[in-house]
Design a protein around this ligand. Structure first.
Ligand SMILES: Nc1ncnc2c1ncn2[C@@H]1O[C@H](COP(=O)(O)OP(=O)(O)OP(=O)(O)O)[C@@H](O)[C@H]1O
Ligand SMILES: [Mg+2]
Length: 206
């Protein structure tokens, strides 16, 4: 299976203020790439455009599977994303959040598999606790799982290591490695701990 994402002359303005201009790039599975740049340079904006959550002002992002172009709905199903402004449902428990995100992606996952996922981030014993009772780092670990629950071929990570301790960072590194063996990972970051994930794809605001 061959996955490819092409950015074709992407530009974005917010209220006529340009943030991104004329960005072209192409990535093919398997592999990991980084989007680098200082605060406010447009990393999160670009990642949201790649995810299909934001529409570019100019250009387009095209997903290809074995050379066939995916439509917007197909694209949603192949993407998993972790971002600071994607929120979990705080009154729901950890496992309820995972069930919700799986269902939103159109997949049914057995509770046993969800518990195994939670085990990987040391949250199994908290599976039935509301997310409102979690620490910031625990929320971030759970967020990463919600992006993985449907086993997406494309994983988009916006500062995935934020609020994570060394064990949490190691889980992210492991997740990136495993994903990059068969799929595509794109990491947006300016955290020096995350800079060596992969080849720089785009350097913004340089
Ligand atoms: N919804 C929005 N409406 C208006 N302007 C926005 C919006 N979102 C982002 N911007 C602006 O776009 C620019 C890029 O923001 P973005 O969040 O993409 O940067 P970033 O590189 O991810 O920054 P950081 O490293 O702080 O996360 C900033 O000037 C920001 O103010
Ligand atoms: Mg950002």
């Amino acid at each position: 299976m061959n996955w490819q994402i092409e950015l074709r002359r992407v530009g974005k303005e917010y209220n006529e203020r340009p943030v991104l201009q004329d960005i072209s790039a192409s990535v093919t599975a398997p592999g990991v790439w980084t989007i680098l740049g200082p605060n406010g340079s447009g990393k999160s904006t670009l990642l949201k455009i790649i995810a299909g959550l934001l529409t570019p002002t100019e250009g387009e992002v095209v997903y290809l599977h074995n050379g066939e172009r995916l439509n917007a709905q197909q694209r949603r199903q192949v993407v998993g994303m972790v971002a600071p402004d994607i929120a979990l449902y705080r009154p729901l428990t950890a496992i309820e959040n995972l069930r919700f995100f799986a269902r939103a992606r159109g997949v049914r996952v057995q509770d046993g598999d969800l518990l195994s996922l939670l085990e990987q981030v040391h949250l199994r014993s908290r599976a039935h606790d509301p997310v409102a009772t979690f620490s910031t780092g625990m929320v971030q670990r759970l967020k990463v799982l919600t992006a993985l629950v449907h086993r997406p071929p494309v994983l988009l990570l916006d500062e995935p290591g934020s609020n994570l301790d060394e064990a949490g960072m190691e889980f992210i590194r492991h997740t990136v490695r495993v994903q990059a063996e068969h799929g595509i990972v794109i990491v947006a970051t300016n955290d020096t701990r995350e800079l060596d994930y992969g080849e720089p794809l785009i350097q913004l605001g340089a």
